[in-house]
Write a protein that binds this ligand. Structure first.
Ligand code: NAP
Ligand code: MG
Length: 402
């Protein structure tokens, strides 16, 4: 078979620990034999981030703006322990945070569905994708403990010195207060990323807030979504046969539990934090969760939702066998390759991405899986494979279909 040719490079962001090991195995076994792989390589491994004073992270985000599609390996977000372990010059920021800020994007997380790894919610048949707004609200709030009786107000001082005041509460005793904010620009970017992604995957988009109670704050979210939808996306949604659906957050939660899945659920920052953990754990495993950052300008960065699997890496370093699940990282590659194929009109590349994903699913459905899945599968007597053998088993399935 001739290798599939690419015209534009993918931005390749290498990472850390066990996922870095999986990364090179995936390239070796599942990509390089079949594709004339073109990438622009950025080493986001912590050592190299430290050497470059984290410039490499910014460079990789700029390259994503240039080429439009990136694939990222999980990376360490430094903490105090990592400062010593890697002799860091500084406690570098989370690369995901830096990239997200530079691309102004929203992260979409979706479970990979396979027979034998059944969701706890028995009526969920298709993936539910969570889109979490990643700016503001309680995550950037100011708080005060009110020690005793007194008046608390919100004060907005305009540039010309004029003030607008709103009473929060006349305290007669001790209590607490909190001031939250958000920005129209950020809500608009969030809305555009959601509409763009819904069109991309041809799935309905749900959005929910508590606008009946929060008549200015949450209502602004509702209004901005509706205005942007009506002005920029309505026709395209109709053409694609998908819908935008707004409801109250409590109604949304009830409907999600009774639904079949197969839609995108856009959430405000706090709702997204809470609901994404509910959705991912109910679908089975963090190792089966994909993640894609979509910018309002249509740049895409694909990755796995899990981290660098540090515990497995330390076993690997000691020469012990590991059974780390590479599926979400493989799907990051297939997602990026499919998008590259779509943008460049390379049908064979898109087809390859489909076949690679199908090979992962088939391998697991045949009972060949890593330990994390063997613990939760309904398939009887699964074969537990190590990290390398699992990838080789996927290669075998893939070769049968090519
Ligand atoms: P983690 O890497 O997601 O792993 C937590 C645990 O989940 C693992 O110990 C393992 O459980 C299980 N697990 C996760 N992915 C798995 C896989 N592919 N196959 C099998 N089991 C899997 O989270 P963490 O240990 O809290 O974080 C490690 C590092 O990752 C940290 O430095 C953190 O900063 C970074 N991180 C990066 C990203 C990112 O780049 N997007 C996201 C999150 C965390 P068992 O040990 O029980 O087998
Ligand atoms: Mg959380």
């Amino acid at each position: 078979m001739d290798k599939i040719l690419m015209t534009t490079p993918l931005v390749e962001m290498d990472g850390d620990e066990m996922t870095r090991i999986l990364w090179s195995m995936i390239k070796e076994e599942l990509l390089l034999p079949f594709i004339d792989l073109k990438t622009e390589y950025y080493d986001l491994g912590l050592e190299h981030r430290n050497e470059t004073n984290d410039q490499v992270t910014a460079d990789s985000a700029n390259a994503t703006k240039k080429y439009g599609v990136a694939v990222k390996c999980a990376t360490i977000t430094p903490n105090a322990a990592r400062m010593d372990e890697y002799h860091l010059k500084e406690m570098w920021k989370s690369p995901n945070g830096t990239i997200r800020a530079m691309l102004d994007g929203t992260v979409f997380r979706a479970p990979i569905i396979v027979k034998g790894i059944e969701p706890c919610v028995k009526n969920w048949k298709k993936p539910i994708t969570i889109a979490r707004h990643a700016y503001g609200d309680v995550y950037k709030a100011s708080e005060l403990k009110i020690p005793a009786a007194g008046k608390v107000e919100l004060v907005y001082t305009r540039k010309d010195g004029n003030e607008t005041r709103e009473l929060i509460h006349n305290f007669t005793g001790a209590g607490v207060i909190q001031g939250q904010h958000n920005l129209n620009d950020s809500i608009e970017s969030f809305a555009r990323s959601c509409f763009t992604y819904a069109l991309d995957v041809k799935q309905d988009l749900w959005f929910a807030t508590k606008d009946t109670i929060s008549k200015k704050y949450d209502h602004t979210f509702k209004d901005i979504f509706q205005e942007i939808f009506d002005a920029e996306y309505k026709e395209a949604f109709e053409k694609s046969g998908i819908t935008y659906f707004y409801t109250l957050i409590d109604d949304a939660v009830a409907r999600v539990m009774k639904s079949e899945g197969g839609y995108i659920w856009a959430c405000k920052n706090y709702d997204g934090d809470v609901m994404s953990d509910m959705i991912s754990s109910a679908f089975g495993s963090l190792a089966m969760m994909t993640s894609v950052l979509v910018s309002p300008n249509g740049y895409y960065e694909y990755e796995a939702a899990h981290g660098t699997v540090q515990r497995h890496y330390y076993k690997h370093l000691k020469g012990e066998e590991t059974s780390t699940n590479s599926v979400a990282t493989i799907f990051a590659w297939s997602g990026a390759l499919r998008k590259r194929g779509e943008l460049d009109g390379i049908h064979t590349l898109m087809e390859f991405a489909d076949k690679l994903e199908a090979a992962c699913v088939k391998t697991i459905e045949e009972g060949k899986m890593t330990k994390d899945l063997a613990l939760i599968t309904s398939i009887e007597q699964p074969t537990v494979l190590n990290s390398q053998d699992f990838i080789r088993a996927i290669r075998q399935s893939l070769e049968e279909t090519l």
